[in-house]
Structures are given as structure tokens and as C-alpha cells.
Design a protein around this ligand. Structure first.
Ligand SMILES: Nc1ncnc2c1ncn2[C@@H]1O[C@H](COP(=O)(O)OP(=O)(O)OP(=O)(O)O)[C@@H](O)[C@H]1O
Ligand SMILES: [Mg+2]
Length: 247
């Protein structure tokens, strides 16, 4: 079976002529079921990488394959469909719609992908239950804590059963306890098979929760490390360096 995600020599130059490419020859494969953390300093290309995988942008050169499909060559309609139901995106600042209730925020993502109202409501309720926020269904985002809002955003991201969950600094706006709870939720979802790509600045969180950490420096993969987290104690992380990527 083909890999879920396969990037080959991907370059991304914004505005065509920037001196420093945001991505400068990234090759990376991600299997179904992985929990991959992407780390790196500010400006190293993490969000650019996630946006290309999400079909929000196209590479300047190189290929981004998802499920064997070349996103760089996909038509606009195909790409729009992929963005709506192929990926679930979670952001630092939740991006919930303030005028809709929690339940409606989750439902609307299903409806935009073509679900009828009844089916969307049922799927949204199912996710709120799974994520432990059923009692928040009728409330409005502004009344929730950051951690609760991020749970709603994760429910929304999962509503169309995406191939992968993409999270760009999902704990960046949360206190450390809420951040840990969000990470624990991502681990739980990953344990039930959900592929997760997480961008984070936080090396501790990455080492503690992710199965693999890819580090970007200046738009290149500087390091790619597989971690075997012990389920008994996340602190006892066995680091196994699988490959040294030539810099
Ligand atoms: N839309 C854009 N137009 C022009 N340049 C951009 C755009 N988005 C990103 N860049 C540039 O591309 C490079 C990589 O940016 P990117 O946002 O991917 O970094 P990042 O690793 O996510 O950083 P941060 O940790 O600060 O979020 C940076 O030099 C940035 O200024
Ligand atoms: Mg970023």
C-alpha cells in the first residue's frame, strides 16, 4: 500500500522570487496511523509544510502525494473537496464561529462537506460524547475555557472522518495543564488509528506524546527521530535514532 503522505524534494518559494525558500528540498514519508510532530525554530517552514499537506497551497517544485494523489496537480474542485473532508485542521486560536453553539460549530463542517442536517447533528453529537464535551453542546465558544474550545475545534476537525488530523501549535494558546489534556486527547485519537501531524515549538510535549519528531531548519529536514513512548510512563521515552539525515 502507498504511504499516506509522501513529499519528494518539495520546495516552496513565496512570491516566486524570495531569496530564502520557505521549504528547500523536503522529502518525507508518513505512514497511516503515525503521530508525527514537526519542530523547528520560527520561520523554519513548519506551517508551510502543513499547509501544503492540507492542500491550502501548492509547492513551487517537487511533489506532495496524499494517498497516491498529487496535490500539486489536482484541480481546484478536487483540492477543495480534499480540504473539506480529507483533512481536519486545528489551529492555535481555535477559530470557532462565535455566533454558533458548540454543536453547530461541529455540525457546520459536516454540512459544508455535503451532510444533511440530521446526519450532521448525529455525527456531531457522537464526537462531542467521544471527546467528553456533551454538556457544552448548547453553549457558545466565548463562554468556554481555551482547553474546551480546542476540544470543540478537534471535534469539528474530525467530523468528516479525515485521512489525517493536522494541528498547528494547538497548545500554543493554552496553559500547560490544558495543553497536556489536548495532547492526551490527540494520543487517544491516534491510538484508535487517527493519523496526526502536529506542529509545535515545545520539545518536551513532542518528546512526551509523539511517535516521531521531524525537525526543520531553514526549510530542510535536519533530524528525523522515532520515539517509542512507554505507555506506562510517558517520561520514560526511549529514543531510537533511525536515520541521520544529511543536512
Ligand atoms: N504567505 C506568505 N508569504 C510570504 N512569505 C511567507 C508566507 N508564509 C510564510 N512565509 C515565510 O516563509 C518562511 C517559513 O514560514 P512558516 O510560517 O512556514 O514558518 P514556521 O516554522 O511555521 O514559523 P512559526 O514557528 O513562527 O510559526 C518564513 O520566512 C516566512 O516569513
Ligand atoms: Mg507556523
Amino acid at each position: 500500500m502507498t504511504r499516506l503522505i509522501e513529499l519528494s524534494d518539495v520546495r516552496k518559494l513565496y512570491d516566486g522570487g524570495a531569496k530564502h525558500p520557505a521549504l528547500n528540498g523536503v522529502s518525507l514519508g508518513v505512514e497511516r496511523g503515525e503521530f508525527l510532530a514537526v519542530m523547528g525554530p520560527s520561520g523554519s517552514g513548519k506551517s508551510t509544510l502543513l499547509n501544503l499537506v492540507a492542500g491550502l497551497d501548492r509547492p513551487t517544485s517537487g511533489r506532495v502525494l496524499v494517498n497516491g494523489r498529487d496535490l500539486g496537480r489536482a484541480g481546484e474542485a478536487e483540492l477543495a473537496r480534499y480540504r473539506r473532508s480529507g483533512v481536519g485542521f486545528v489551529f492555535q486560536f481555535f477559530n470557532l464561529l462565535g455566533s454558533l453553539s458548540v454543536l453547530e460549530n461541529v455540525m457546520v463542517a459536516a454540512q459544508l462537506a455535503g451532510s444533511g442536517t440530521a446526519a450532521a447533528r448525529q455525527r456531531a453529537r457522537e464526537l462531542l460524547a467521544q471527546l467528553g464535551i456533551t454538556d457544552q453542546a448548547a453553549r457558545y465558544p466565548a463562554r468556554l475555557s481555551g482547553g474546551q474550545q480546542q476540544r470543540v475545534a478537534i471535534a469539528r476537525a474530525l467530523v468528516n472522518r479525515p485521512l489525517m488530523l493536522l494541528a498547528d501549535e494547538p497548545t500554543g494558546a493554552l496553559d500547560s495543564r490544558s495543553g497536556e489534556q489536548v495532547m492526551e486527547l490527540l494520543v487517544e485519537l491516534n491510538s484508535s488509528g487517527q493519523t496526526v501531524l502536529l506542529v509545535t515549538h515545545d520539545a518536551k510535549l513532542a518528546a512526551r506524546y509523539a511517535g516521531r519528531v521531524v525537525s526543520l531548519v531553514d526549510g530542510r529536514v535536519a533530524d528525523d527521530v522515532v520515539l517509542q513512548a512507554s505507555t506506562a510512563s510517558p517520561a520514560e521515552v526511549v529514543r531510537v535514532r533511525v536515520e541521520e539525515v544529511a543536512g
